[in-house]
Each structure stands twice: as structure tokens, then as C-alpha cells.
Design a protein around this ligand. Structure first.
Ligand code: S3P
Length: 189
């Protein structure tokens, strides 16, 4: 059976630990589209892991690399990809505008307690290296939730659903979206 075709990128946004990487891999499996993991590309370009970019170069350098890559992806001719963003991509207003040109934007969210348990043992998330990670998560979530909400075409509460269920729901919604928005700004002219 041919994989179902969707005429544009599917872009996953959401807080750390909400399943962007897992769901992006499931979407790749279902659709057969290439997967772009923005954090992995940034690490490759910097030739070091994200926590070392933060430590040695500072968050600003990371954010500039992130914005630059997002722009490149929006300008690229290839428009049928699965794009997994980093949790902080919505922090800059310029990035929120770029997301709208990039494709169908899906916000994956989960309750703070789930986020805490999924990120508790992660050494790779410099923003959660805090004395009180729960408080840090609450502060960052409060700040970012309005930005995720305003950037997303679809919101998915991931708790209690399998990766397969989430990915299938996203594909169906994306198909409806593109069928009903033939002149959506994220469509190719
Ligand atoms: C960040 C999230 C991380 C990574 C970086 C900053 C954030 O990605 O981009 O550590 O600001 O929320 P994940 O959401 O994939 O963990």
C-alpha cells in the first residue's frame, strides 16, 4: 500500500519530554517522509552536544543556530518532511512567524508531572539542570504555553495514548487541514 500523501511538512512543537522525537519517528514510519530533527542537526553543525553548546557558547548562540536552521527549512524547496523542533523554538517571535510558513504545526503536550518523570534522568537538557526541576518546568511552561497555542494548527494531549494512535490522528488531521485550506500560507504556490 502506498503511504498516504500529505502535501506539506508536518512540524512538531512542544515542551521537552512531550514526545516530539518518538512521534516524529512514528510519523516517518507511517508516511515514509524524511525526518529532520533540528536538535540533531544543530549538534552536528556545532560538533558537540547541546549541553556543551549552552555551557561553552551560551544559550544565545544555540538560539541563533536554531532560528537560522528554521529559516533554511522554510526556504527549502523540499516540503514533504517530518520536522521535530526543540522545545524552545517558540520563544522567539520571528520563529513563531516562520513556523506558519513551514507546514502543519502540531503541539504535543503533556501534564507537568509526566514531563518531570520523562526528563528527570536526562543529562542533555541544560535548561532543566536546576535545583528544583519541577519549579523550572512550571515556570517555563507558564511562559511558553501561550506561544505553543498560538503557533499550533493542532493540539494533541499525548498522555494515555500510544505513539501509533497519536501519529495516526496527526496524519488524519493534516489531511483534513490541507484539503480544506488549499490556499493556506504554508502551502506551496
Ligand atoms: C530546549 C529543548 C531541547 C533543546 C534545548 C533547548 C528548550 O529540545 O532544543 O535543550 O528550550 O526547551 P527537546 O525539546 O527536544 O528536549
Amino acid at each position: 500500500m502506498q503511504p498516504p500523501s500529505i502535501p506539506n511538512n508536518i512540524v512538531l512543537i512542544g515542551f521537552m519530554g512531550c514526545g516530539k522525537s518518538t512521534i516524529s519517528r512514528e510519523l516517518r514510519r507511517l508516511l515514509g517522509y524524511p525526518l529532520v530533527d533540528m536538535d540533531a542537526i544543530i549538534e552536528e553543525r556545532a560538533a558537540k552536544p547541546i549541553n556543551r553548546i549552552f555551557e561553552e557558547d551560551g544559550e544565545l548562540v544555540f538560539r541563533d543556530m536554531e532560528s537560522g536552521l528554521l529559516e533554511e527549512l522554510a526556504a527549502a524547496a523540499e516540503k514533504t518532511r517530518i520536522i521535530a523542533t526543540g522545545g524552545g523554538v517558540v520563544v522567539r517571535s520571528q520563529n513563531r512567524a516562520t513556523l506558519q510558513r513551514l507546514g502543519y504545526v502540531v503541539w504535543l503536550c503533556a501534564p507537568p508531572a509526566v514531563i518531570l518523570s520523562r526528563t528527570r534522568n536526562s543529562q542533555e537538557r541544560p535548561l532543566l539542570h536546576a535545583d528544583d526541576p519541577a519549579a523550572r518546568i512550571a515556570t517555563l511552561l507558564a511562559e511558553r504555553e501561550p506561544w505553543y497555542r498560538q503557533s499550533a494548527h493542532l493540539t494533541v494531549e499525548t498522555a494515555g495514548l500510544s505513539s501509533r494512535e497519536i501519529a495516526t490522528g496527526i496524519l488524519e488531521s493534516a489531511r483534513y487541514f490541507f484539503a480544506g485550506h488549499p490556499h493556506a500560507p504554508c502551502q506551496e504556490p
